[in-house]
Design a protein around this ligand. Structure first.
Ligand code: ADP
Ligand code: MG
Length: 177
């Protein structure tokens, strides 16, 4: 079983995945880290300071791990594209994401693109199959993890619970070259 923990960068995927993985002894694959470490990319996007993922190589990498593990957690903003059995979409207030990404040292253009992606529900829209969306804004990690466990146990499905478009519409009209 593949559980995807997806969402815009800075939303809290790695934090949540680690706690969830530790609680149940489930293997967590940090996609971004694996792509870099095992060279699962076709090229580096210098401008955005990111990697263009080689999805075939990444899939083979995951399959190899699945030979030994029954359940795995895929932590990453593209994890929902990796044929998961269940997808958790984490959401967070765009201004909090902005602060976190600036603190991480992302370039203004990259920060803005990610804020816009959060406002436009990109990860949620791209997700397929069984989806459970959670707004993590102002919530404790333990609390979020409890809700995820409850959702997975009961095969809950939910989407369309947040809408940042009204309050943060102005971010959508900005552009950084
Ligand atoms: P992602 O993996 O989605 O990019 P991270 O898990 O690295 O996000 O979290 C980004 C930052 O936000 C980290 O500094 C982390 O400590 C903080 N963070 C994550 N989740 C929460 C939360 N529920 N409450 C407060 N801070 C959080
Ligand atoms: Mg992460």
């Amino acid at each position: 079983m593949r559980i995807a923990i997806t969402g815009t960068p800075g939303v809290g995927k790695t934090t949540v995945s680690k706690v969830l993985g530790n609680k149940f002894g489930i293997k967590v694959i940090d996609i971004t880290e694996a792509v870099k470490k095992h060279k699962l990319y076709t090229e580096k996007d210098e401008e955005m300071d990111s990697y263009v993922i080689d999805f075939e190589k990444l899939e083979n990498f995951i399959k190899e791990i699945e030979e030994k593990e029954k359940v795995i957690i895929l932590d990453g903003h593209v994890s929902h594209l990796l044929n998961p059995d269940y997808t958790i979409v984490l959401r967070c207030n765009p201004e909090i994401i902005k602060e976190r990404l600036e603190k991480r040292g992302y370039k203004p253009k990259k920060v803005l693109e990610n804020i816009q992606a959060e406002i436009l529900d990109v990860c949620l829209c791209e997700s397929k199959g069984k989806i459970y969306e959670i707004d993590t804004t102002g919530r404790d990690v333990e609390d979020i993890v409890s809700e995820i466990i409850e959702a997975i146990k009961n095969k809950k499905e939910r989407k369309g619970i947040v809408d940042w478009t009204e309050k943060y519409f102005d971010y959508l009209t900005l552009e950084i070259r």
